[in-house]
Design a protein around this ligand. Structure first.
Ligand code: SF4
Length: 273
């Protein structure tokens, strides 16, 4: 009998999941597992850490060593895990509110320290579980419970923020571009250092319904029609980078010392005194 990946990598006693019908979170969760499988990482040597929110429920479904932490605090918990045992593979699952609002400072400082983590931000453009409030990644003019006439706050480009703050691998994909998404996550797992992957997900309930975008298939078609591969995006004239168009792909990659390596130097210096 063929063993399916969900039987291997997901906790059967925690399923079915609580996500709404048509939600994109399950697609990204599966993409993470596919990337782990391709990397050959063992379940016993891989830790999944999440914050709070719809996407952060994923850690409860995944059969690894998992930590479901406090709102916005996944990166500090993950930093502690990595520093305690640098041999572990540590993956962070977070949402746009969790990562860029409540956990915004943890995010930028994790980047600048180049902590060896793979951080996957599920971007559904809104707070889903906590009540449909606008997040720092809600697009201008889109509605939320805290912005009933449309958001007037300019949204973060979390990829640019990560790169500027010092992340050593930065990429974006969507729940529509599944194989591409797996490749972006796998690239992040290959990188030694702070890897940040933004994954756009459709949220038909808290975001789509409020903004009259339509059912999940339409939201995925929007991703298909508006995402532009980075190599094509880079050649586009500025007047073509309009409306909803956005780039996906690998934006930045570099190599530099990781935080656990830097900390080893401190231990060597302290030991020689
Ligand atoms: Fe998914 Fe949105 Fe429902 Fe949360 S509220 S489970 S993100 S569809």
């Amino acid at each position: 009998m063929v063993e399916r990946s969900y039987e291997t990598y997901f906790r059967q006693n925690r399923l079915p999941h609580l996500w709404c019908p048509g939600c994109g979170n399950g697609i990204v969760m599966k993409a993470i597992v596919q990337a782990i499988e391709k990397k050959g990482w063992s379940q016993d040597n891989t830790v999944i850490v999440s914050g709070i929110g719809c996407s952060s429920r994923a850690s409860g479904y995944m059969d690894f060593d998992t930590l479901h932490t406090a709102h916005g605090r996944a990166i500090p918990f993950a930093t502690g895990v990595k520093m305690a045992n640098p041999n572990l593979n540590v993956v962070v699952i977070t949402g746009d509110g969790d990562c860029t609002a409540i956990g915004g400072n943890h995010f930028i400082h994790g980047c600048r320290r180049n902590v060896d983590l793979t951080v996957i931000l599920f971007n559904n453009n809104i707070y889903g579980m906590t009540g449909g409030q606008a997040s720092p990644m809600t697009p201008l003019g889109k509605k939320a419970t805290t912005a009933p006439y449309g958001s007037i706050d300019r949204p973060f480009d979390a990829c640019k923020l990560a790169e500027a703050a010092g992340a050593t691998y930065v990429a974006r994909s969507t729940a529509f571009h599944v194989q591409h998404l797996v490749k972006m996550i796998e690239g992040g797992m290959d990188n030694k250092g702070f890897s940040f992957i933004e994954a756009l997900v459709q949220c038909p309930t808290a975001y789509g319904r409020r903004n009259k975008i339509g059912e999940p298939a339409k939201m995925m078609a929007w991703m298909r029609d508006n995402a532009v591969m980075k190599n094509v995006w880079d050649k586009l004239d500025d007047d073509k980078k309009v409306a909803d168009k956005f780039p996906i792909g690998l934006f930045y990659k570099t190599e530099t010392e990781t935080y656990d390596q830097s900390y080893n130097h401190v231990k060597e210096i302290a030991g020689s005194l």
